[in-house]
Design a binder for this molecule. Structure first.
Ligand code: HEC
Length: 478
């Protein structure tokens, strides 16, 4: 039995707005925003994708016969699948010639909303993270495509939003309620409607401004670079350099109360992750996510005393010249005397290390269970982490009373690994089980096992827990 996240309606609408903002700024929401759920009025759980929409999303992208499977199997041929029957069912026949202008306006302005929510964090005039073109205006969409000028941009949008090997957005295919209207609009020849700017859509949701704390004992800048030299990223290159980082706050643990990105060359920076000494996720950046989610005012984030590692992903695939970058992160740190009363940290216990994915296995589930006993623990956020074979992640809490809370249920993409805030936090009580399920599709002829290399696999939910290390289950959830 699945329960809804409890909380007052007021909290929920706040959360729903936060969710929408997160979707805009992270451009990383595999699930439908709750507000697009027809049953949203009765849905109290912003972190549960609406079941109908989620199921429809899968049906629209799954291979025939796998609709409803736990994850979307990419086409083994690598071919771009044509829209499936399920997609067609949600797509009204092209009505360009007969559509009234009001219908056209509604169609294009709905599509524009989707592009603004899911694409323009990268596809903007600054061309963030290596995106080759802007998708901000109607004129952008009817311009010649960068990769093939005989086609229009909207035509390649139609191809890439159905491309399961190289999906756009990179996080994974759009949900059916977004994809259906986009397909109809493309099939109708990308009409602009009476107001191409869609003023009626209202102002675009802006990411919430971060309030930088005034009471930092120190502010440290950590760069993903060796010394003073910036990184160079050659024309046409995609690179994943790693840098060891000595904690600038010294060899005493500290508390962080805020961080913000120091983005140098947004054209090529795709994402970065800062890991702690035991490989735990500390902070991560993706286009649009320039700072941390707000922490509760009585809570600080644990900062380690050992050597950290910063992994960066650069994308200059569509660039015609070498690019330089020296990006990093600025961290607001408290010394021990001024610590906030509660310390949160990213847990490495929500995981499975028992990974044995047979050759060519499709939609292969690996599950780790953390049975908690002891004082309640707050989960403040979830963050999926795995390598290239992982296709889907589902995190749930099975309450001692038999209810199940779904915290996260989304397709997974190695290139986009983000943190999703849980607002309000989910409380794990004694007797509850926190379940981490990763679904893998192994395209190779070898068994894939647990390991640090990208050729091996992992299955983690790097959740922020408070109190830190509060979960009582054995290491790595075994
Ligand atoms: C996280 C950044 C990011 C987001 C979000 C994103 N893209 Fe992209 N997009 C890229 C990058 C980088 C490329 C170039 C590399 C490639 O083709 O994969 C690209 C390429 C494309 C191309 C190929 C252009 C061509 O000329 O071949 C299309 C089409 C596209 N994106 C559409 C979209 C759409 C539609 C969305 C939203 C539904 C979206 N993208 C969201 C980063 C992003």
């Amino acid at each position: 039995m699945t329960t809804r996240y409890s909380g007052s309606i007021r909290q929920v609408s706040r959360s729903r707005r936060a969710w929408a903002v997160a979707c805009v700024v992270l451009a990383a929401c595999g699930g439908a925003a709750p507000s697009s759920d027809p049953s949203a009025a009765t849905s109290l759980l912003p972190v549960i994708p609406p079941p109908a929409a989620a199921a429809a999303g899968r049906a629209a992208t799954a291979q025939p016969g796998t609709a409803g499977a736990a994850a979307v199997a990419p086409s083994s041929t690598g071919a771009v699948p044509p829209p499936t029957a399920a997609t067609a069912a949600t797509t009204p026949p092209a009505t360009a010639s007969t559509a009234t202008s009001a219908e056209t306006d509604k169609l294009w302005c709905g599509v524009k909303k989707t592009l603004d929510a899911r694409c323009t964090a990268c596809h903007n005039p600054q061309k963030t993270a290596g995106a080759p073109m802007s998708l901000k205006t109607h004129a952008d969409l009817i311009a010649p495509a960068v990769s093939d000028p005989t086609k229009k941009v909207y035509e390649v949008v139609g191809t890439r939003t159905h491309d399961q090997q190289r999906p756009m957005p990179p996080q994974g295919v759009l949900d059916a309620p977004e994809l259906g209207p986009l397909d109809s609009w493309i099939a109708a020849g990308a009409p602009a409607g009476s107001d191409p700017t869609c003023a009626a859509n209202g102002p675009e949701v802006q990411p919430t401004e971060q309030v930088w704390p005034e009471n930092c004992d120190a502010t440290y800048k950590v760069y993903a670079a060796n010394g003073a030299a910036p990184n160079s990223i050659g024309a046409g290159a995609e690179t994943h350099p790693q840098f060891m980082v000595t904690p600038p706050w010294g060899n005493e643990e500290a508390q962080a109360i805020a961080w913000r990105a120091l983005t140098d060359n947004a054209k090529v920076l795709h994402h970065w992750i800062l890991y702690g000494p035991t490989g735990e996720f500390l902070f991560g950046w993706a286009p649009g996510k320039d700072n941390n989610e707000p922490l509760p005012s009585d809570t600080g984030m644990y900062l380690p005393s050992g050597t950290m590692r910063m992994d960066v992903h650069y994308n200059n695939v569509t660039g015609s010249s070498m690019e330089m970058d020296k990006s990093g992160v600025e961290i607001c740190v408290l010394e021990r005397a001024n610590f906030r009363p509660k310390t949160a940290s990213v847990t490495n216990r929500l995981a499975s290390r028992l990974i044995n994915i047979p050759a060519r296995a499709v939609d292969y589930d690996v599950t780790g269970t953390c049975a908690h006993s002891g004082a309640p623990v707050n989960l403040l956020s979830v963050s999926p982490h795995a390598h290239r074979t992982a296709k889907h992640m589902k995190f749930t809490v099975e309450k001692a009373n038999g209810m199940t809370i779904v915290m996260h249920d989304k397709d997974f993409n190695f290139e986009e690994q983000t943190t999703y805030a849980l607002d309000p936090p989910i409380v794990v009580e004694s007797g509850d089980k926190v379940i981490t399920t990763c679904t893998f599709t192994n395209d190779t002829d070898r068994t894939i096992t647990f390991g640090e290399n990208t050729g091996n696999e992992m299955c983690f939910n790097f959740a922020i827990t408070e109190p830190m290390n509060g979960l009582s289950c054995g290491g790595f959830g075994l």
